[in-house]
Design a protein around this ligand. Structure first.
Ligand SMILES: [Zn+2]
Length: 183
């Protein structure tokens, strides 16, 4: 399942079938709008060139951090400060709402700009580390894909972002490679 932060970092799309459809979607207005709609966030579309640059740097740093934690490393003080700095730019208000007959205390984003969006992404990443563990962050084993995801399987053995897509593709590739060596 996509999380806010994985959806954000995977805006750097790689064609998982190995074709030439790879593209950095971050700067595309339609990606920006769909991303905001999916996560019920608000900012102006298209993002200004300054915001786009900030977001790209933030995304690349977050990808690098995710990759580091996925190998079992723990969060350094410097990285913690960096995340705190990004989160500081987004203000939230507390709201009590009713969801499915239960009460929920929510933190609602106050401002409608991309720095608020980045703060939400950073907060979602931080929540993953608080409620889960960095060692469960994975990069899809299909080298064409490299999608970042969170492995929440009990066995902690999820190798591909999606078993039906990358998992099957790699199975077919292994089968073909094996047949080739047999001929
Ligand atoms: Zn994949």
């Amino acid at each position: 399942m996509d999380r806010l932060w994985t959806d954000f970092v995977n805006s750097d799309y790689h064609d998982w079938r190995g074709g030439d459809r790879s593209e950095d979607r971050l700067g595309k207005a339609n990606w920006q709008q769909e991303f905001l709609d999916r996560w019920q966030l608000q900012a102006s579309v298209p993002a200004s060139p300054e915001d786009e640059l900030l977001m790209r740097n933030f995304r690349n740093d977050l990808l690098a951090l995710g990759a580091r934690l996925s190998s079992g490393a723990s969060l350094t003080d410097e990285e913690k400060q960096w995340l705190n700095g990004v989160m500081e730019a987004g203000h939230v208000k507390r709201t009590l709402t009713t969801i499915d007959q239960g009460l929920k205390l929510q933190l609602i984003a106050v401002e409608a700009h991309w720095q608020q969006v980045m703060a939400e992404v950073a907060a979602d990443f931080a929540t993953t580390l608080v409620e889960g563990e960095g060692g469960r962050i994975r990069i899809c084993d299909n080298s064409d894909c490299r999608w970042m995801f969170y492995d929440d399987t009990r066995s902690r053995t999820q190798k591909y972002c999606d078993d039906k897509m990358c998992g099957n593709l790699m199975k077919v590739r292994r089968f073909r490679a094996k047949r080739k060596t047999q001929n």
